[in-house]
Design a protein around this ligand. Structure first.
Ligand code: GDD
Ligand code: MG
Length: 355
């Protein structure tokens, strides 16, 4: 079965991390997020993958090529302007002649795809939507089903007073090609707002497939941070430290896992790195700096005696000595934090700012 990954659209809620970089290319454990998604499909023996992309698609193509390095066959479908989730699939229609999988490109899950495909076939559904429980359904597609798992209602981001279930659209669908008859060509069209409601109106066989296994989306910096931490704990032992290549670590420096240190880092004397921590390639951690619970992208320079805790710092940032960046701060690319600055908790700093 083929899968199509939705890797376009806007990424406003993940700012300031998505400046000049598509949401799916945001590094998670020092790899583009999309590499984890492709790895998931491959693990489930799905190796024919179409990437539906918009702006900045060259970055994706340059990195993944024909997919062979990642064990899959990739085909690219590029939109001139955002076509919406369904419009993007419509463009790739000629590549889809049998049942296929659609995956939002900003989710990570352990959902058992084979079991979901069997469920879809047994019910002869035109569409099966994976469903996962969440605490706050208002920022998702809320899906009501009946006792037979047939979908009764699909409401995209409804207000609290319209919510009748905590089961939401997990962003994984098994679809029949017939569904594309419901999508206009070359027009902005969304599964969530247009196609699913139209199918239900027509009484088509739309099913919900509830599952309990791990699921998260990286729609906001907070969720991105949570995913990094969860995957780190999953791939790296509780206290392990993984060096991805050669780095210099001064003998007096302390590195406590779980942590991943990218290639070519320089970790100076008396500095402390405490997990969970992901340090990108080419980072410098200055003398006496303490770095705990951080995600640092590549080529960041952290000065002497800096304190970093529970924050995300994108590429090429320069954190001058004795400054402090604490809980839930998020810095975009090439931010400069001046000597001795103390950023307020939760600060979101846009790319290229000096603070
Ligand atoms: N190619 C392409 N073109 N992809 C798009 C477009 C587009 O015009 N618009 C959105 N996408 C991709 C995004 O990159 C993302 O991977 C996916 O489609 C979903 O879009 P988001 O913008 O992330 O939507 P959302 O997170 O608000 O809501 C969606 O995901 C939730 C689960 O995380 C909906 O599908 C909800 O119903 C769902 O609950
Ligand atoms: Mg999303």
């Amino acid at each position: 079965m083929k899968a199509i990954i939705l890797a376009g659209g806007e990424a406003t809620r993940l700012r300031p991390l998505t400046h000049n970089i598509p949401k799916t290319m945001v590094p998670v454990l020092n790899r583009p997020f999309l590499e984890h998604v492709i790895g998931y499909l491959k693990k489930h023996k799905i190796v024919d993958v179409i990437l539906a992309m918009g702006q900045l698609s060259e970055q994706i193509q340059d990195y993944f090529g024909d997919g062979s390095e990642f064990g899959v066959r990739l085909t690219y479908s590029v939109e001139n302007f955002p076509m919406g989730t369904a419009g993007a699939v419509k463009i790739a229609e000629k590549l889809l002649d049998e049942s296929f999988i659609v995956l939002n490109g900003d989710i990570f899950t352990d959902l058992d795809l084979t079991a979901m495909i069997n469920f879809h076939r047994e019910r002869k559904a035109i569409a099966t939507i994976a469903l996962t429980p969440v605490e706050n359904p208002t920022t998702y597609g809320v899906v009501e089903t009946d006792g037979q798992s047939r979908v009764r209602r699909f409401m995209e981001k409804p207000p609290w007073d319209e919510i009748t279930t905590n089961m939401i659209n997990a962003g994984v669908y098994i679809l029949e090609p017939d569904i594309l008859g419901y999508v206009a060509f070359n027009t902005f069209f969304s599964f969530e707002h247009d196609v699913f409601p139209a199918l239900l109106e027509k009484g088509e066989a739309v099913y919900g497939y509830p599952f309990e296994s791990f699921w998260i989306d990286i729609g906001t910096p907070e969720k991105y941070f949570r995913l990094s931490r969860d995957l780190l704990l999953r791939y790296i032992g509780d206290k392990d430290v993984k060096f991805e290549g050669e780095s210099f670590v001064h003998p007096s420096a302390q590195v406590v896992g779980p942590a991943i240190i990218g290639e070519g880092c320089f970790i100076d004397r008396d500095s402390v790195i405490k997990g969970p921590a992901v340090i990108g390639p080419g980072c410098q951690i200055g003398q006496g700096a303490t770095v705990q619970g951080v995600v640092l992208w590549q080529n960041c320079k952290v000065g002497k005696e800096v304190k970093l805790r529970n924050c995300i710092i994108a590429s090429n940032c320069y954190i001058e000595q004795r400054s402090e960046i604490l809980d839930n701060c998020v810095l975009g690319d090439r931010v400069k934090v001046k000597e001795g600055s103390k950023l307020p908790k939760g600060a979101l700093i846009q790319p290229n700012e000096v603070v």
